[in-house]
Design a protein around this ligand. Sequence first.
Ligand SMILES: [Zn+2]
Length: 70
Amino acid sequence: MDVLDKVQQDLETIAELALKNRPKGSEREAEETGYCLYCGEPVTKGRRWCSQECRNDWEHEQQRRKQNGK
Ligand SMILES: [Zn+2]
């Protein structure tokens, strides 16, 4: 495994843990599909985004959708 991949995965795991400590709500919408939820790239099992950028963009979009839904 590439070292950078490993580092990125670790960072993502930390971010996942931080998310789990948040109040429930948004995380339920984020189901693991084997593909990046934002751009559709295949991702490692257990991951939902191919990169931190996709995750940020995806979260941003979720927030916007919520606000529009009101
Ligand atoms: Zn992506």
